[in-house]
Design a protein around this ligand. Structure first.
Ligand code: NDP
Length: 251
């Protein structure tokens, strides 16, 4: 039911953090992986890590905010593996500031990296995904649900991810494509490392509000990714699933 043997997954931002952990989850179930990221050195390292799971892995250096790069990444999947079954739209960034001090350029960077990228990459992948039926996994956040004084662009992008996911689920159901979103809680990665340094008491605040009593590890996302990529989730579409140790259900 969770077997991904013979399937091919492309993971944007799959060269580190949550993206690499999810890619490893898919590889452990037998999927071949295409890593998509900007940093060629990190891409090559991730490829090596994924191959240790006994699957084929390749990488493409691409900026997911660029339509031509996304098209080239999908072409690479076709060329290297002959097919594409799973797309994980995970690449993301954050620029923290209160709304009235956030420049338009910073707003646009966050929206295009976190939201427009998922639109572009999914559309580029659609023809291949629809050949055999497929899976789209979009990565949201707790800020798909909550607001934050320092996270206007990030929250707007991650709220948008949920609505994009629902629309893809409805539009592409006739093609046997399931689209779902994962909303990670607070996970220990490069993205949150700086916030923990900058924001006094953040580490402890998250720990005490999270019923599980800890920050998440990237590997906490690998199981849900494998589920949403596998035949086990063939009747699951348009959902947004928090993976947060209970953070979002605790007042
Ligand atoms: P990291 O900073 O560790 O990883 C971000 C990844 O995105 C990198 O692999 C990076 O690759 C890639 N990336 C960023 N911009 C681009 C771009 N323009 N083109 C291609 N790749 C790009 O962050 P996380 O692992 O923490 O975050 C992964 C996802 O999870 C993001 O969408 C984030 O918003 C989300 N998330 C994270 C949470 C957390 O607590 N950490 C919580 C909720 C959601 P490269 O370096 O090569 O550019």
């Amino acid at each position: 039911m969770f077997d991904l043997g013979g399937r091919v997954a492309a993971v944007t931002g799959g060269n580190g953090g949550i993206g690499l952990a999810m890619a490893e989850g898919l590889a452990r179930c037998g999927a071949s992986i295409l890593v998509i990221g900007r940093n060629a050195e990190k891409n090559a390292k991730a490829e090596g890590i994924l191959k240790k799971h006994g699957v084929e892995a390749a990488s493409v250096t691409a900026d997911v905010t660029n339509e031509d790069d996304c098209a080239a990444a999908v072409d690479a999947a076709k060329e290297k593996f002959g097919r594409l079954d799973i797309l994980v739209n995970n690449a993301g960034t954050n620029i923290r500031n209160v709304p009235h001090k956030l420049s338009l350029a910073d707003w646009q960077t966050v929206i295009s990296t976190n939201l427009t990228s998922a639109f572009i990459c999914s559309n580029a992948a659609y023809p291949l995904l629809s050949e055999n039926g497929g899976k789209i996994i979009n990565i949201g956040s707790m800020l798909s649900i909550f607001g934050s004084s320092y996270g206007a662009a990030y929250a707007a992008s991650k709220g948008g991810i949920v609505q994009l996911t629902k629309s893809q689920a409805v539009a592409w159901a006739p093609d046997n494509i399931q689209a779902n979103a994962i909303l990670p809680g607070w996970i220990n990665t490069d993205l949150t490392r700086q916030a923990r340094i900058d924001v006094d008491g953040l580490h402890e605040r998250i720990e005490s509000r999270t019923p599980a009593g800890r920050w998440g590890d990237p590997d906490d996302l690998s199981g849900i990714a494998a589920f949403l990529a596998s035949p086990a989730s063939d009747f699951v579409t348009g959902t947004a699933i928090p993976v947060d140790g209970g953070f979002s259900v605790n007042i």
